[in-house]
Design a protein around this ligand. Structure first.
Ligand code: AHR
Length: 838
């Protein structure tokens, strides 16, 4: 291929000469790929074209030495170096320089891929040349910029690395110069103009209203009309509002999972969190001895060897003990047949023993002992004490304490107050176990559902991508049970054979998607996913997997209908081949299961979104719906109210699986709640294409937050639903399966002479099972809205629920009652949301 390099340069430069000279370069390793245009005798910076998507946030996502080639077919091909230690380079292509296909990171045999350069061959294939640290040259070929041949040594000379230079904004850069047609340039310019306008809209904030919305004040009375046309109806999804559950911010261990003992299995490691080890959360007057010689389970190798000293556990920031309440204590003991007695106590902060019991044991091999502790006093930060009553040197493991009052009183259950607040939302489905936690931090951390079922001591703990530990005590059985208990469809989302695209480098220096599960191991992974469906739905009489479910206490099938494959992955070649393999196998064996794919972490026009949807359209038989994610500013939601209006109704359905509106304060408030309420009126209007939505993340424990905003904040003693929660609840409990058309109009002479329709919302839905109709109204303006409703009969006794407040209020009071005044006029206070049941 060496000989082609020179001729390639000719082809690249053989574009028709025009007056648009462009220069493509990177101004810095974190800046991505930029474009400048030569005009007025100088290079003028125009904007950023794309950026690196390789590896972890912050530490990686770097672009070094980008090399661009303008191919004969008019497309643009880009390669760049991702760092100085990975055996990978990045490859992407674009038709117009502004929309880029998601990046691929082919894995080479060399330890590094430095300064890659790309050349097109006369036959339309490409050669990539790069160097290793000692200066050797290598090459890989690709027919399509997706499949890359293994690299081999090359003798290409230094000329291949010659680059153009240009001075942009006073600085000299290396890069590539091209000529493009004025039409092509106009398109690029329009793209940057549109991005600028979008950026301005995205920054619209309600708390600036007093200065920005001149002419509209608290004294303004805005009159509008809502015309409801009952003859215009369409069926919509009856599962629009569900919940997203991920063990992030201590949502599971230390959160919803009611276990009160931290590190109950002595399996914490520094991989979970820097500085953690098997004794974290445990205390004793002498160093705690940890052994592994005779483990309780191969999946649970560490246990403590107890000396005569008392062993203390601090719980999760303390243990909440309530007077009169009962607590189930259990512990595995290994004592070589000796009699060993223990005092088990819950001790308050001042040393008071709040509850105690004696545990008599005589265990030859590992044996579980249980006792019930009844609290005689209360404390919010008690500790557990295990006091050996004889000189002891016994093994103990899986030390557990649960309140007897869990949600629905289930054993190994959920924290009652927290689960109840979730249940009150009446979610129509529960997505679990994540988020990023599903696809994991690297290949070894991919969530394997079968590691989370069966006896607790046999479940396989793992580190959590959010920098703590997963016990897996809250596992697939418990998730499915919770769904059943609250009447929600289970929606398990499992990895598409690739880990999180933000994964750090593995031992070979391979980061991001890490090349995916090797293809020769994919059949086993596919089987694992099929087994999950079998476990959930199969017949215990004929299926080993279903028998496991029955043995755990649930002989009846869980009636699983949906499965999610992948979580906002890069829609790379590696992803697509693995997803296809998994989806085909599920379709073949379980044709009734609805598969949900993924279209990346951002909304249109992001690269993964575009490629994900293209992939969906190319494979119409594979996916029933796709999972879209976007966390955005309130301004974005206000100005994208029509996002789904033009979606193809014949293509896959949408699951808006992660979304939330945010302000700089990063906490839900009235402003974010109103933006979400407005958007949900639009989602209801598009409920024929949007099948499901879930706000994310759902839970965050005080002091352990990985992410903001969240829907519900909690501590050991408190549960604090936010304004975001109330919006979700109000839409969920007042939902329907039919959308009734309505038109909201404001007479001309709108105060302030601005188009403010994006701040008003209305939606009418009907539940055909109960016959109830729900009218939802949103006024996100700083003035009163006097709304005349035509086409709906609103009696004075109609139930109404909602809220109003100042945009920055993080607390709200739910106002409920009856509309009070019959007739067609509804008065909405400034910044308010109302649901009216008819
Ligand atoms: O919801 C928090 C995280 O956001 C999820 O884990 C991930 O899917 C998304 O990036």
């Amino acid at each position: 291929m060496l000989a082609f390099a020179a001729s390639v340069a000719l082809i690249v430069n053989a574009q028709p000469l025009t007056d648009c000279r462009i220069f493509i370069y990177s101004p810095g390793q974190s800046e991505g790929l930029h474009i400048a245009r030569f005009t007025d005798n100088a290079w003028q910076h125009a904007g950023r074209l794309c950026s690196s998507d390789y590896g972890t946030w912050g530490a990686e996502k770097r672009m070094y030495h980008p090399s661009v080639c303008h191919a004969q077919d008019g497309t643009w091909r880009l390669v760049f170096q991702v760092n100085d230690h990975s055996p990978q380079f990045a490859a992407a292509y674009s038709r117009d320089l502004v929309n880029w296909r998601p990046q691929d990171y082919p894995i080479m045999s060399t330890k590094q891929c430095l300064a890659p350069v790309v050349f097109e061959n006369p036959d339309g294939t490409f050669d990539i040349y790069f160097k290793s640290a000692e200066g050797k040259r290598w090459t890989s070929a690709t027919p399509n910029f997706r499949d890359f041949t293994p690299d081999r040594a090359s003798m290409i000379d230094d000329d291949a690395w010659l680059r153009d230079t240009a001075t942009v904004d006073g600085k000299l850069y290396e890069g590539s110069e091209f000529e493009i047609s004025p039409m092509e340039w106009a398109k690029i310019e329009r793209h940057f103009q549109k991005s600028g306008e979008d950026w301005r809209k995205t920054n619209e904030r309600m708390h600036d209203d007093a200065t920005v919305l001149s002419g509209i004040t608290a004294a303004t009375r805005l009159q509008a009309t809502l015309t409801v046309d009952q003859t215009q109806q369409k069926p919509i999804s009856d599962k629009l509002i569900g919940i997203f559950f991920e063990d992030i911010s201590y949502a599971a261990d230390g959160g919803l999972y009611a276990e009160l003992i931290q590190n109950r299995d002595f399996e914490y490691t520094p991989r979970d969190h820097q500085g953690w080890n098997a004794t974290t959360a445990w205390h004793s007057s002498r160093p705690i001895e940890i052994a592994t010689e005779h483990p309780l389970s191969p999946n649970n190798p560490h246990y403590a060897l107890l000396w005569p000293d008392t062993l203390w556990n601090e719980g999760w920031d303390g243990i909440v003990v309530e007077k009169g309440k009962k607590y189930d204590f259990s512990m595995y003991v290994l004592a070589g047949g000796q009699k060993q007695d223990f005092a088990i106590q819950l001790v308050g902060q001042d040393g008071t023993v709040l509850a105690k019991s004696k545990l008599k044991t005589q265990a030859t091999d590992w044996q579980q002992y249980t006792t019930v502790l009844t609290a005689k006093g209360s404390d919010t930060k008690a500790r557990l004490a295990i006091v050996p009553l004889k000189a002891a040197h016994v093994g103990i493991d899986m030390i557990s304490l649960f309140p007897q009052e869990t949600f629905m009183n289930r054993k190994n259950g959920l924290r009652r107050d927290l689960a109840q607040v979730i249940a009150d939302l009446h979610p129509k489905f529960v997505r679990f176990p994540g988020g990023c936690m599903s696809h994991g931090q690297g290949l070894e951390n991919i969530y394997h559902w079968q590691h989370t079922v069966g006896p607790l001591q046999d479940r396989k703990p793992d580190f959590n991508i959010w920098h703590y530990h997963q016990t897996r005590g809250l596992g697939f059985y418990e998730y499915f049970q919770f769904c059943e208990d609250i009447g929600a469809e289970p929606l398990p989302v499992l990895a598409a054979g690739v880990p999180c695209q933000n994964s750090a480098n593995n031992a070979q220096g391979i980061g991001g998607q890490q090349g995916g599960i090797p293809m020769d191991q994919m059949p086993a992974y596919v089987e694992e996913l099929l087994n999950m469906i079998e476990w959930a739905n199969g017949d215990p009489a004929t299926s080993e997997w279903a028998k496991m479910r029955a043995d755990a206490g649930h002989p009846a099938p869980f009636n699983l209908k949906y499965i999610g494959i992948g979580n906002e992955d890069i829609i790379s070649t590696v992803f697509e081949e693995r997803f296809t393999m998994i989806a085909r196998a599920i379709r073949a064996k379980y044709p009734d299961i609805k598969i949900c794919g993924t279209v990346g972490p951002f909304h249109a026009p992001s690269a993964d979104y575009q490629e994900g949807w293209e992939f969906t359209r190319r494979n119409p038989d594979l996916q029933y719906m796709v999972d879209e994610h976007y966390y955005e500013s309130t301004g974005w939601f206000l100005h994208n109210r029509h996002y789904y209006d033009s979606y193809d109704r014949q293509s896959a359905k949408v699951y808006l699986g992660e979304w939330a509106a945010s302000t700089k304060v990063k906490r839900p408030n009235i402003e974010t709640a109103l933006a979400e309420a407005l958007y949900l009126t639009d989602i209801e209007r598009n409920g024929d294409v949007v099948e499901m939505t879930s706000y994310a993340p759902m839970l965050s424990k005080d002091g352990h937050s990985n992410w903001n905003p969240d829907m519900i904040y909690f501590s050991n003693t408190e549960v604090r639903p936010t304004p975001a929660y109330h919006v979700q609840r109000l839409f969920s409990v007042n939902s329907g399966d039919r959308y009734i058309n309505s038109t909201l109009t404001v007479p001309s002479g709108f105060p302030g002479d601005k188009d403010l329709m994006h701040r008003l919302g209305a939606s009418v839905v009907k539940d055909s099972k109960t016959g109830k109709t729900f009218l939802k109204l949103v006024n996100a303006l700083p003035c009163e809205l006097q709304l005349t409703v035509n086409g709906l009969d609103i009696p004075a006794t109609a139930r109404t629920e909602g809220f109003s407040g100042a945009p920055e209020d993080q607390k709200l009071t739910i106002e409920s009652g009856q509309t009070g005044q019959g007739g067609s006029l509804i008065v909405m206070p400034p910044y308010s949301f109302r649901v009216i049941e008819l």
